[in-house]
Design a protein around this ligand. Sequence first.
Ligand code: ADE
Length: 383
Amino acid sequence: YDFSGEEFETLELTGDTVNPGEPKSGPHDFELLKLLGKGGYGKVFLVKKTCNKNAGQIFAMKVLKKATIVRNAKDTAHTKAERNILECVRHPFIVDLMYAFQTGGKLYLILEYLCGGELFMQLEREGIFMEDTACFYLAEITLAIEHLHSQGIIYRDLKPENILLDSSGHVKLTDFGLCKESIHEGTMTHTFCGTIEYMAPEILMRSGHGKAVDWWSLGALMYDMLTGAPPFTAENRKKTIDKILKAKLNLPPYLTNEARALLKKLLKKNVSERLGSGSEDASPIKAHGFFRHMNWHDVLQKRLDPPFKPTLQDETDVSQFDSKFTKQTPVDSPDDSMLSESANQVFLGFTYIAPSVMEEMTKPWLSIREPRSPRKVGGLPMR
Ligand code: ADE
């Protein structure tokens, strides 16, 4: 009752009461078809949406265990980052996030399914790429990274396993778990929170890691594509790190002058000398002689013909994925273990529906139904 004597009903604020009639999505809406991958983070499945909007459509479903994530504060930030980054970032060469939801124990990301698999598989199969093949992939990747940087995001984890191919053979970056959000010009990823008065000069002077880390990785990836292995390798982690920090770059003689020149400029150990480290970001890389035949507008419009078009039976074809995973029976292990309310707080706001999907749900009249480590390469040096 209020003072006027009128009667009020209490209403709990939930997704259902705020958006009545809007069907809630959850893991139960997705039928598991295949296991695509598995790692410390969780699993990726091929799934089919079984009801409501997009029923019958195929997606990739990434499942993460909250308990594993909460154990590591860094992972919590990473997982939030992945969801946030995927929500705001829309780009032709970056995976699309369709839904994000959670249960007591798990987080779910529903992504477009990239049936071409990892670029890494293609590279394994071929050993090395011809320079124009490498040029195609590097150009699309460069635009994706340029876009992330323009949004204040550093990718940090550019490697062949994170570059997937769509059904036509174009590039899509996935796995944003390690990206750092909100790093704009002049700031560093190791943002100093709170008091800095007591910090040693070398901490404050540390160049941190900025956008240029991604251009180094682009160089390492380019080197891998053209020679069959990353530029600095050794028998263990420590020796590899040592080499990355100190070893001279070794360029095989069969590379063209343009490729050699770009590799040298991307793999500069001194950040300020590295191509792309300036405020112009990708511009000098895009203008480099190695990309002289690229019309960057056409690249963005996907007007270039991909070097490899995956041969696929249908949209649920998993032939481009490791059979070690795809031959397993897909199971999303039941996980009813609830986190304590306080631990679960960190996942507030994870749930998400892509604007495109949301629009269809709220304005159904708008929807137009369509008809229903080193590789083996014989005899080449530098392996
Ligand atoms: N692995 C990780 N993300 C994926 C996706 N969107 N499609 C296929 N495999 C993936």
